[in-house]
Design a binder for this molecule. Structure first.
Ligand code: NAI
Length: 334
């Protein structure tokens, strides 16, 4: 089957080519998928899309007009797809629900450890033979309270990592994980978690209900000394409210792997261009904010798993339907 693979990056081309090649004919395309680029999929039966591709109603209309009947997402998140529009056109959507929860959870831990022990600043200082330690004081993670918002596959991994550091782990999730409960994780309503946590890490999906989950009120409910980590989706946090709070000195540090308006920025080298996003520009000026450009998934293991599951999803579609657990339906928003 011919598949138009949008937003292809050099680091994923080889794993995708070898997983898809035996049975499918991938057409690797650098542009992202949106209504204007949809015609690049002409002649294909399916498209393969990534996190910042915009599969809104106009894009899905354009794909349906090309007779495309399947979208294979190379991501776990699916907030970028208008699912009712896909359903209207009879376009099935499949995702990669779990390619490596370890990759993202470990990246969240990396952001936390870097912010806390300021290794990014120490690296630069030492290279300039500045061996002074002022401004590098951190805190022991041991015995601190780590709040995990969303304890699905990634959040549960992050909770276990925090337990390994000797943290008291608090969690908020409408569906508590019995195994985490057995390990001593305490489930609380979000507001109580925010008030009690020294670390807050976001691992719930972006849905209409979780958009701006961390707004001005939520930020005010957090300890001023807390560290906020977001490796979920950018719009879980109201960025303008976060900037206002940071200007007031809270939270103490913020680690972000995702940003609300990242689609216009991330996954590209814009180093020679003038940054047009003033909100992002302001965010980057805070010394206690560490931003990575949506690289939580970026491990060799995760890339291989993404490619293998994407191939399974395309095989399944050809046989009649992608594997049930990978199918994305509007009920997942519930
Ligand atoms: P999952 O579906 O296994 O777990 C999500 C959990 O969030 C579920 O337990 C669900 O009950 C819970 N949840 C839903 N609404 C909630 C709410 N209002 N408050 C608290 N919890 C709530 O998903 P998984 O695989 O753990 O991924 C989580 C998210 O991480 C994805 O939706 C995606 O947005 C993000 N992600 C980020 C990546 C990156 O590279 N930075 C890579 C992969 C995923």
């Amino acid at each position: 089957m011919k598949v138009a693979v949008f937003s292809t990056k050099p680091f994923e081309r080889d794993p995708l080519a070898s997983a898809l090649a035996p049975r499918h004919e991938p057409r690797f395309l650098e542009p992202g998928l949106h209504a204007a680029t949809a015609p690049l999929a002409s002649g294909c039966s399916a498209v393969c899309a990534f996190v910042n591709d915009r599969l809104d109603a106009p894009c899905l209309d354009a794909l349906a007009a090309l007779n495309i009947r399947h979208v294979a997402l190379r991501s776990a998140g699916f907030n970028n797809v208008d699912l009712p529009a896909a359903q209207r056109h009879g376009i099935t959507v499949a995702r990669v629900p779990a390619y490596s929860p370890h990759a993202v959870a470990e990246h969240a831990a990396a952001l936390l450890l870097t912010l806390n022990r300021k290794t990014h600043r120490a690296f630069n200082r030492v290279r300039e033979q500045n061996f002074a330690l002022d401004g590098l004081v951190g805190f022991d993670l041991h015995a601190k309270s780590a709040g995990v918002v969303g304890t699905g596959k990634i959040g549960a991994r992050f909770a276990r990592i925090m337990l390994g550091f000797g943290c008291r782990v608090l969690a908020s999730d409408p569906a508590p994980d019995p195994e985490l409960l057995r390990l001593g994780v305490e489930y609380l309503p979000l507001r109580d978690l925010l008030a009690a946590s020294d670390i807050v890490s976001l691992h719930c999906p972006l849905t209409p209900a979780t958009r701006h989950l961390i707004d001005a009120k939520a930020l005010a409910a957090m300890k001023p000394s807390a560290v906020l980590i977001n490796t979920g989706r950018g719009a879980l946090v109201d960025t303008r409210a976060l900037i206002a709070a940071l200007k007031q000195g809270r939270p103490a540090a913020v680690g972000l792997d995702v940003y609300e308006e990242e689609a216009d920025l991330f996954f590209r080298d814009l180093s020679g261009e003038i940054l047009q996003d003033d909100v992002f520009a302001r965010l980057m000026t805070f010394p206690n904010v560490l931003i990575t450009a949506h690289q939580g998934f970026l491990t060799r293991e995760a890339l291989a798993n993404i490619a293998a599951t994407t191939a399974d999803n395309l095989d399944g579609f050809e046989r009649g339907s992608p594997p049930e657990p990978n199918l994305v339906t509007p009920s997942l928003f519930a």
